[in-house]
Design a protein around this ligand. Structure first.
Ligand code: PEP
Length: 246
């Protein structure tokens, strides 16, 4: 069966010392049957890896080429050498601020899977799309253009994070009914593209102002398999409480 995963996206926050302390606290959490992943700022990854903590380390970003004249970018091999096993692809901040589109995200997905990294692929609509009632078509198109070229074997190394943009960092959360409806839609879409068994094995995480107060209700939804957590992942007590919300 699919895994429960709770992942912390630290974004561009923390000093090195703060990152070390937070990673140690996260590694000491007692959580059963849930994979814990942290996505720290890239510059701290080698230091955190060398601590050999009981958690998975992911990269918030990478460039989908092996090497070359790509000033400022980091390759997958470099990240793997530093201890990374997960990558985020398609986060709304990279889509919006860094202008990463579905075609480029497809390239990133391919590059990461080729090097055996596990991809957490983010999708989700902005408020105007939800107000129009076209969020299902919007999300389906994101999956179609960046993921649905993958083989049955490849898609099993992808976790999907549904993150409605209107809920990220805003304090607004999708209700558990809204989250479950979209997660079910994503699973049914995976099922018709691949097989019911494959769709049942893929973890679908919720992200968007998830916190210790709302996590229990969200994680109780049958198609919500965990969370991608931003702000609340920066406080170990909050992250611990969320990770223990199943
Ligand atoms: C995120 O950035 O993936 C996220 C879900 O952020 P927040 O929890 O702060 O809304």
């Amino acid at each position: 069966m699919r895994k429960h995963i709770v992942a912390g996206n630290w974004k561009m926050n923390l000093s090195e010392q703060e990152a070390i302390e937070l990673a140690k606290e996260v590694a000491e959490m007692r959580v059963e049957n849930t994979e814990i992943v942290i996505f720290p700022p890239a510059i701290f990854i080698p230091t955190l890896s060398k601590l050999n903590l009981n958690l998975k380390i992911g990269a918030q970003n990478f460039f989908p080429k092996d090497n070359g004249a790509f000033t400022g970018e980091i390759s997958i091999n470099q990240l793997k050498e530093a201890g990374v096993t997960y990558v985020l692809v398609g986060h709304s901040e990279r889509r919006t601020i860094l202008k990463e589109d579905n075609t480029f995200l497809k390239e990133k997905v391919n590059a990461a899977l080729e090097k055996n990294l596990h991809v957490v692929f983010c999708c989700g609509e902005e408020l105007a799309i939800r107000e129009q009632g076209t969020e299902n078509e919007f999300v389906k198109n994101q999956l179609n253009e960046s993921l649905f070229h993958l083989t049955q074997e490849q898609i099993q190394n992808v976790t999907i994070a549904y993150e409605p943009i209107w809920a990220i960092g805003t304090g607004l959360t999708a209700s558990s009914a809204q989250a479950e409806a979209m997660h079910l839609f994503i699973r049914e879409t995976l099922s018709s593209k691949y097989t019911t068994e494959i769709a049942a094995g893929i973890s679908i995480l919720y992200g968007g102002s998830c916190n210790p107060t709302n996590a229990k209700e969200l994680f109780a939804c049958p198609n919500v398999d965990g969370g991608l957590i931003g702000g609340a992942a920066l406080k170990s007590a909050d992250f611990n409480s969320i990770a223990n919300s199943f």
